[in-house]
Design a protein around this ligand. Structure first.
Ligand SMILES: [Zn+2]
Length: 153
């Protein structure tokens, strides 16, 4: 099973976020130079996702993202690289860290009272300490996962 790892350029924050949602190991920095992108790609075996034609020409490890909208970008990327969603919802969308399950009792005071009433399953990010659960936001995300062939976890 191939597993793609990415590093996205500064123009592709949303694309990076959704690739993380789909479970792909994807780095993103709001400020980073071409040389460092190439260095990271080379040393860590990552594919650079970029909107910069010059950068794409500089290294075979870059993939030029051409469509404008997020969904069009994802569609093209999935088709060109034949991506398959393997572990949706396994990573923090904010910082790429793998999420870990956490007991409800351990985070009671950190979740809204309404959520406390109905939700029993939670994950947390060891990187930024965010708590994740399957709320209304999750349902929208789930539609995206299904749209790109990820099924229901
Ligand atoms: Zn995080």
């Amino acid at each position: 099973v191939e597993s793609w790892r990415f590093v996205a350029d500064v123009h592709l924050a949303r694309l990076a976020k959704y690739l993380r949602l789909f479970g792909f190991d994807t780095l993103y920095f709001s400020s980073i130079g071409d040389e460092e992108l190439i260095h990271i790609a080379t040393t860590q075996g990552r594919t650079i996702l970029t909107k910069d034609r010059d950068l794409a020409r500089q290294t075979p490890q870059a993939y030029l993202v051409q469509p404008k909208g997020l969904e069009a970008q994802l569609e093209r990327l999935f088709a060109d690289l034949q991506l398959r969603i393997q572990r949706p919802f396994s990573r923090c969308m904010v910082d790429n860290t793998l999420l870990e399950p956490i007991a409800k009792e351990a985070i009671l005071e950190r979740i809204p009272p309404k959520v406390r009433e109905w939700c029993e399953t939670f994950w947390y990010c060891p990187g930024c300490q965010r708590i994740y659960w399957r709320g209304s936001h999750w349902e929208r995300m789930q539609l995206m996962v299904e749209r790109f062939g990820g099924g229901t976890p």
